[in-house]
Design a protein around this ligand. Structure first.
Ligand code: AMP
Length: 471
């Protein structure tokens, strides 16, 4: 998964982009990058690691200009290395471009092979780079038309921001898998994966970039295009709401925290239980646990405590302490839990590793019963559109029934939100959803799959409703 951010027409474009990426850090921690433009030339800085570690004040001073795009990366396609860090840059005969992409393409390998066969040298293993190469090779005239041409060749998920020397171009695939919003900061335009990034810089949310829409902002004026044929349906990733997006963001017209709470309420109605306390798995289960507690009338207690400062590299004791790795991250508050019946609420189960350890931890803290409630349906399929999930075989719900998972976890009961419950809650969203990881209903099949619908998304660009800004 990744986060993208863009600014058009602000004297502190790179600084604002830095802050925007900071707010989007949860969308990717592997690398961060900013490209700025002063209207004639582009400047780039990319680094591995977190935004605050890889981008310093000195780097920002070397990113001049009133326009910028930025990217935080969480590798879902391609390995972990600086050459995969975005934005990707290219110099074409039509000028410089920098592209920041969120989403996975399902035909990137086929296009990569085709490009390499025609002599392109791709420097990364990321599927996003193929967009830059398709654009560079396009015979269309303007860079916008070349981007339309390039994106009509790819299948799958893209929410992207492209910086040319003088324009910010935003595009969202016709299915609308990944989020992308547009905002204003005075006379400047801002784009971000999530509204929490607009909030940080004090920008006003204007609207979502719609599925299948391309927005071109040049010299302070915005115009909108619908260059691709509509998808048969919209497919906004519901896992953004369940787990991935920040709870303070509004995504697809719905506050993420409120949505998660609603899932918790439905879960309480679907799987009631007699217990003494509702305990969230921090922080992912917080909102759903509150919803469950409100609906059931059972008190919410933060009886699991998480150490916020756990680093990947820590010094382990030479003598093995039982469950050391889980205990360093979580502790169950014995004084709260001993002798009580606990309902543990989590947003999702992937491999089952987290809950296996936490159920055990809570039992050892003296709980008399441990009931597990999950605010999403059993996760039975991988994501092809940008969420980093393991292979189908590694998903515990693919290999085991709910009863088997309950036994593996050592829980007294286990209840998942139903797919119907999730779909009912999703009716309040602005767009239709993709719930393929729970339902196996994949809107676009992977290129490897012979059943891939051969849908051509290209049609000549038509401007639908030109919108001018006041600048
Ligand atoms: P697991 O321990 O493998 O069952 O993973 C479940 C935990 O990982 C839950 O706490 C989720 O909140 C979290 N989670 C779910 N999907 C992802 C993902 N794609 N990347 C990182 N964490 C995830």
């Amino acid at each position: 998964m990744c986060g993208i951010f863009g600014v058009h027409g602000h004297p502190e474009a790179a600084h604002l982009t830095y802050l925007g990426l900071y707010a989007l850090q949860h969308r990717g921690q592997e690398s961060a990058g900013i490209v700025s433009s002063n209207g004639h030339e582009q400047y780039v800085h990319r680094a591995m690691g977190l935004v605050a570690d890889g981008i310093t004040e000195k780097h920002l001073r070397q990113l001049p200009g009133r326009h910028a795009v930025g990217h935080v990366r969480y590798s879902t396609a391609g390995g972990s290395s600086l050459r995969n860090a975005q934005p990707f840059c290219a110099t074409t005969d039509g000028g410089s471009v920098a592209i920041a992409h969120n989403g996975n393409l399902v035909n990137a390998s086929a296009i990569r092979r085709e490009l390499e066969g025609r002599g392109s040298i791709l420097t990364s293993t990321s599927d996003s780079e193929v967009i830059v190469h398709l654009l560079a090779r396009s015979r269309e005239g303007t860079l916008e038309d070349r981007l339309i041409d390039a994106l009509s060749r790819v299948k799958g998920a893209f929410s992207l921001a492209m910086l040319t020397d003088d324009a910010l171009v935003l595009a969202r695939d016709p299915w609308g898998f990944r989020p992308l919003v547009l905002g204003r900061l005075g006379s400047a335009w801002v784009a971000a994966s999530e509204t929490c990034a607009l909030d940080l810089i004090g920008a006003e949310y204007e609207r979502d970039v719609e599925p299948g829409e391309m927005v071109v902002i040049r010299r302070g004026r915005m115009r909108t295009l619908r260059p691709w044929v509509m998808a048969p349906r919209q497919a906004f990733c519901i896992f953004e709401h369940i787990y991935f997006a920040r709870p303070d963001s509004n995504v697809a017209g719905q506050n993420v925290y409120a949505f998660r709470k609603e899932l918790g309420r439905i879960l309480a109605r679907e799987h009631p239980v007699s217990a003494d306390m509702i305990v969230p798995v921090l922080d992912s289960g917080n909102a759903a646990a509150l919803g469950y507690a409100e609906e059931s009338g059972i008190p919410y207690e933060a009886a699991l405590v998480r150490n916020q400062y756990v680093k990947r590299t820590f010094i382990e004791p030479s003598q093995s302490i039982r469950d050391f790795r889980v205990r360093i991250k979580h502790n169950a508050s014995r004084g709260m839990i001993a002798g009580r019946r606990v309902v543990l609420v989590e947003d999702s189960i992937v491999r089952g590793t987290t809950l296996l350890k936490l159920v055990d931890l809570i039992r050892h803290a003296g709980a008399t019963e441990v009931h597990v409630r999950v605010s999403s349906p059993p996760n039975t399929g991988p994501c092809h559109y940008g969420i980093d999930t393991p292979t189908r075989e590694e998903l515990i719900a693919h290999r085991h029934s709910v009863e088997e998972i309950r036994r593996i976890l050592g829980a007294d009961s286990l209840g998942y939100l139903s797919l119907e419950g999730l779909r009912r809650a999703s009716e309040q969203l602005k767009h239709g959803i993709c719930d393929a990881c729970f339902s196996d209903d994949y809107p676009v099949l992977s290129e490897d799959d012979p059943e891939l619908p051969q849908l051509s998304l290209f049609r000549p660009p038509i401007e639908v409703d030109g919108e001018d800004s006041d600048t």
